[in-house]
Write a protein that binds this ligand. Structure first.
Ligand code: KIV
Ligand code: ZN
Length: 519
């Protein structure tokens, strides 16, 4: 890794973003995103934190074995058990990396670690040495670097490089830095650490003050060559540096930055949508690059200009990020070959079994809608609510809402494959009535309770027109455990019920996993 004009893109969506409450992914979902990140051609995928759970260990192991192209990285605190677990998870990976970290600011030392600087330096060096016994590629992060006393920071960086770290990552863990200062900090590290040239300098910024992207770009200007980012800027609290913004800033302003990445920018929008869908976090419409309005022109002057000559008001070509004009290509009369062709154009490959399954759902939808859009196809292709775990199954739903009447709903659910239970309820609206009916159905089952809380509910239309597919995302909690669920249907009440049942299934899966957890 040493190309003077190259910035390496380290994606931590599967690790830092996955820590967002309610956004946790199953191993299968992580694998699906990792395959997409490989198509996007990021350089490094941080696949998880293997010691944190058996599921995360398994996800890192499978991604390491099955995803080709990028380096696959596992996170470890600077303690032997973590590094050992990361090493084991990455055993079968062709390009493994262990990323080990420890807090280095006085606030972290006194407030969390309760250790002195000498002890922390020793732990950092020992963890790098231990990681080196599993793989050559080792990254070290002095957590909370931006609030660390500079001379101690230089000392720990020099010592970990001497111990074999090949990448030194400078995290702005709490999103405290400002761009000019952060860039200057990177320049000073490079100047003051005598062996800094033996490692790639990386940055990892959080967005608490909305400056993660500018801080990262400023660091790149001053010598950082790896940018840690996440899709849609997701991550702890206010999130991380947004991958799509960094990549498109470097591409669009090549004249200013003079750096390249290897990212296949046409994969940006599909990656963004996949992550949004699987994590259940809707992208804000005005989000740069991937928001629904990012390329929408509403003022008359702008529309007129763009129609005459695109670059009057557009600095990027929407096609470069994978936004093609939506084509109406398929109807209920289309066959499997046409469906396969269109999905392949959209970048999705499918074997015969998957094609049959997708085709069946496509016909169901095409019967309800006259026009099936690309976005509909993507939804049908990707739809896998509940990871195939159907502990709860929605058998039927009947919701009634008439002007002047109190809305009501009747829901039938089967639980663990048993005889369906039924709940009947009224509510403030048909969705409220449906959710209350689900509670009552659960409460009528001897092994269930209805102590479930709806923390969040969001609805959006995936495609345009009155027959659009509606997507509902919910976040539920039960006994301190959180899960999200998603439902898609042309009927928004049905989509709401499906999202709720999907979240119930995820809560049940988490519960079952906890009972079998051995770490
Ligand atoms: O924000 C942070 O400091 C991190 C480290 C583990 C790199 O996520
Ligand atoms: Zn972080």
């Amino acid at each position: 890794m040493a190309d003077a004009n190259r910035v390496y893109i380290f994606d931590t969506t599967l690790r830092d973003a996955e820590q967002t409450p309610g956004a946790s992914l199953t191993a299968r979902e992580k694998l699906e995103i990792a395959h997409q990140l490989a198509r996007l051609k990021v350089d490094i995928i941080e696949a998880g934190f293997p010691v944190s759970s058996n599921e995360d260990f398994e996800a890192v192991r499978r991604i390491g074995q099955e995803v080709e192209g990028p380096i696959i990285c596992g996170l470890a605190r600077a303690v032997p058990k973590d590094v050992e677990r990361a090493g084991a998870a990455l055993q079968g990976a062709s390009r493994p990396r262990i990323h080990t970290f420890i807090g280095t600011s006085d606030i972290q030392l006194a407030g969390q670690l309760r250790k002195d600087r000498e002890e922390v330096l020793k732990m950092a060096v020992e963890s790098v040495e231990q990681a080196k016994s599993y793989c050559d590629d080792v990254e070290f992060s002095p957590l909370d670097a931006t609030r660390t006393e500079p001379n101690y920071l230089y000392e720990i960086i020099a010592a970990t490089i001497a111990a074999g770290a090949t990448t030194i990552n400078i995290p702005d863990t709490v999103g405290y830095a400002v761009p000019e200062e952060f860039g200057a900090m990177i320049a000073r590290i490079i100047a003051e650490v005598p062996n800094s040239g033996d490692a790639i300098i990386s940055v990892h910024c959080h967005d608490d003050l909305g400056m993660a992207v500018p801080n990262t770009l400023s660091a790149i200007k001053k010598g950082a060559r790896q940018a840690e980012c996440t899709i849609n800027g997701l991550g702890e609290r206010a999130g991380n540096t947004s991958l799509e913004e960094i990549v498109m800033a470097l591409k669009t302003r090549q004249d200013y930055f003079n750096f390249d990445t290897e990212v296949v920018t046409k994969e940006i929008v599909s990656t963004s949508r996949l992550v949004s869908r699987l994590m259940g976090i809707v992208v804000q419409p005005n989000k740069a690059i991937v928001g629904a309005n990012a390329f929408a022109h509403s003022s008359g002057i702008h529309q007129d200009g763009v129609l005459k000559q695109r670059d009057t008001f557009e600095i990027m070509d929407p096609k470069d990020v994978g936004l093609e004009a939506t084509e109406i290509v398929l109807t209920a009369r289309s066959g499997r070959a046409a469906l396969r062709h269109r999905l392949e154009v959209l970048g999705y490959e499918l074997d015969q079994a998957k094609l049959d399954k997708v085709y069946e759902k496509f016909l169901e939808l095409a019967d309800k809608k006259k026009e099936v859009f690309d976005e509909d196809l993507i939804e049908i292709f990707l739809d896998n609510p509940g990871e195939g775990i159907a502990y709860y199954e929605l058998k039927s739903l009947h919701a009634v809402s008439r002007t002047g009447d109190v809305p009501s709903a009747t829901v039938r659910l089967s639980i663990a494959g048993g005889e369906p239970v039924e709940g009947v309820a009224q509510g403030d609206g048909p969705v409220d009535a449906t959710y209350e009916a689900i509670h009552r159905a659960l409460a009528s089952h001897p092994l269930e309770d209805d102590d479930i809380q709806l923390d969040d509910y969001a609805i959006r239309a995936i495609t345009s027109g009155s027959q659009a597919l509606g997507e509902v995302t919910v976040h539920l909690s039960r006994s301190g455990e959180q899960a999200r669920g998603r439902g898609v249907s042309t009927d928004v009440i049905e989509a709401s019920a499906r999202a709720y049942v999907d979240a119930l299934n995820r809560l049940a899966a988490k519960n079952a996993k906890e009972q079998h957890q051995t770490v």
